[in-house]
Design a protein around this ligand. Structure first.
Ligand SMILES: [Cu+2]
Length: 371
């Protein structure tokens, strides 16, 4: 069910048959819905179990619209941990003119514990989740959010992971949070943001005008949530040169890999050292400049293009207009702006004033810094 989106219209009477193909009992809870208590789907509390092989019937009239969710409400740690979750979008019966958008995306966030080389989520895990997904996929397998320049865009975010809240961050744009848990926020109560926290059990709608062509990252801002296969078992080697260490340890631990002495440049690491079978790469893919995009997990790309057709086609990488990409500074640039990259960074000599008189800060390039 992980990437499933059910859709209906406010005022409709829905009848949903839930067939249990598990070897154990289950139930389905309709999360944030107004409904009769007996349709709420809490196994044992509001209904008998749906036992293995049985089909239950849920039926009620939708008295609301919004971004809502559904999930197993029996043995949640196991069944939700195995992915029995989904989004349920109810559209308004009489949408106001300002409700309409050109693009409407639904992204369900969840998290899994899948140890390297294994094929099944560890549902006993309580804190250490290592695979974080959008609609059941990690970047670069996540679906890009394709928009035409000028489109009004809605992104519906839901989080039915076990433990982690996700500050979802957009690049190059500001949005407004327009709805929480299936209720609209009045226009007068909305404010601009670039990051919205989507806590476990919440939905958030965000809206913005896609006015800047390009490939814009949209991702969780927690740094290990844009990586895969993270774990606690590894020592911190940053700043240390572990020459030959991996080769000595690998006869004892075949998959052993030091996490680098300058950082975890795992994309490149993957090229020289294969992963164990049934294991996802730690990070992304090679981008348009031939360099690796060092993010996986909770990342998708907002691809905005001029004059795009209505149907969602991945237009490939953005072709930047000449002169609009941050490239290596030329000697002439540096000389013109009085930048001496070899000067000690703490002395006044290295902190040349920019044209505006604002101190531009240390000029030494930090290869690990990213926005
Ligand atoms: Cu996160």
């Amino acid at each position: 069910m992980n990437g499933t989106v059910l859709e209906a219209v406010e005022g409709e009477r829905v009848r949903i048959y839930a067939t249990n193909r598990l070897p154990v009992p289950t139930s389905i809870h309709w999360h944030s819905f107004y409904l009769p208590n007996g349709m709420d789907g809490v196994a044992g509390l509001t209904q008998p179990y749906i036992r293995a092989g049985e089909t239950a019937k849920y039926e009620w009239t939708l008295r609301q619209y919004g971004s809502l969710m559904f999930h197993s409400h029996h043995d949640e740690m196991t069944q939700m941990g195995m992915g029995l979750i989904g989004m349920f979008v109810v559209h308004p019966r009489n949408p106001s003119s300002d409700y309409r958008v050109d693009r409407d995306f639904s992204l369900m966030i969840s998290e899994w514990s899948v140890k390297a080389g294994t094929a099944r989520p560890n549902t006993l895990e309580m804190t250490d989740f290592n695979i974080l997904t959008i609609n059941g996929k990690v970047f670069p397998s996540t679906t890009p959010l394709v928009c035409k320049t000028g489109d009004r865009v809605r992104i519906r975010l839901g989080n039915l992971g076990a433990m982690d809240h996700h500050p979802m961050h957009i690049h190059g744009h500001h949005f407004r949070v327009t709805a929480t848990d299936g209720e609209d926020i009045p226009l007068t109560a909305q404010w601009p943001e670039t990051t919205v926290l989507v806590a476990v059990g919440q939905t958030r709608n965000i809206e913005f005008i896609a006015d800047a062509p390009g490939d814009w990252a949209f991702h969780c801002h927690m740094t290990h949530h844009v990586m895969n296969q993270m774990g606690h078992e590894f020592p911190n080697m940053v700043g240390m040169k572990p020459a030959g260490l991996d080769e000595k340890i690998r006869p004892l631990l075949p998959a052993y890999m030091t996490h680098g002495f300058t950082g975890m440049d795992m994309g490149r690491m993957a090229e020289v050292m294969p992963y164990p079978p049934n294991t996802i790469s730690m990070k992304g893919e090679t981008g348009p400049f031939g360099d690796y995009i060092s993010m996986g997990g909770l990342l998708t790309i907002l691809k905005i293009r001029d004059g795009l057709a209505r149907d969602d086609q991945d237009p490939g990488w953005y072709q930047h207009p000449p002169g609009t990409v941050a490239l290596t500074a030329s000697k002439a640039d540096l000389a013109r702006d009085g930048i001496d990259v070899n000067a000690p960074s703490a002395t006044p000599a290295s902190t040349a004033k920019g044209p505006s008189g604002v101190n531009p800060g240390p000029t030494t390039r930090d290869p690990h810094k990213r926005h």
